[in-house]
Design a protein around this ligand. Structure first.
Ligand SMILES: [Zn+2]
Ligand SMILES: [Zn+2]
Ligand SMILES: [Zn+2]
Length: 143
């Protein structure tokens, strides 16, 4: 899990400025680690730290952080994009709570065999997405 200084260093190395607004967005992402949250929620929380925040900057910053592999993005119900600061350096997947966005790392990768089989056929698999959805212990009201 990267710390803020490391992230700011990465941004600068790639030629991006770290404005107060961007720093506030990073604070929000770090404060919400282990949770996937939407751009709207990030905007509302960032505004509390930095009142001059505007939504399109939040959105563009999230796209940039996603491209730089500082955050993960995925969708709930194929609609809303949600974001999480990358929690682990090595390859991993997530189980995500559909209600509150809480996430846990799933170390198992279902594509390992597929990748090997495809390689035998001369096909190189480079990217995949795999997320599991459900309810966390707080949101599961079965019992
Ligand atoms: Zn993660
Ligand atoms: Zn939950
Ligand atoms: Zn995988």
């Amino acid at each position: 899990m990267p710390n803020k200084e490391d992230i700011i260093k990465t941004l600068k190395e790639k030629g991006h400025r770290c404005t107060n607004q961007r720093e506030a967005i990073l604070d929000v992402l770090i404060n919400n680690k282990s949770h996937f949250i939407s751009a709207e929620d990030i905007y509302i929380k960032t505004k509390k730290i930095y009142p001059k925040t505007n939504f399109s900057t939040v959105y563009r910053t999230l796209e940039l952080l996603d491209r730089l592999e500082i955050i993960h993005s995925t969708t709930t119900d194929g609609k809303k994009t949600i974001y999480e600061i990358i929690c682990k350096d090595s390859h991993h997947h997530h189980i995500i709570c559909k209600n509150c966005g809480k996430t846990k790392v799933v170390d198992f990768c279902p594509y390992t065999n597929i990748k090997e089989n495809l390689a035998k056929e001369g096909f190189k698999l480079t990217d995949h997405k795999f997320e599991l959805y459900g309810y966390c212990e707080n949101c599961n009201d079965d019992d």
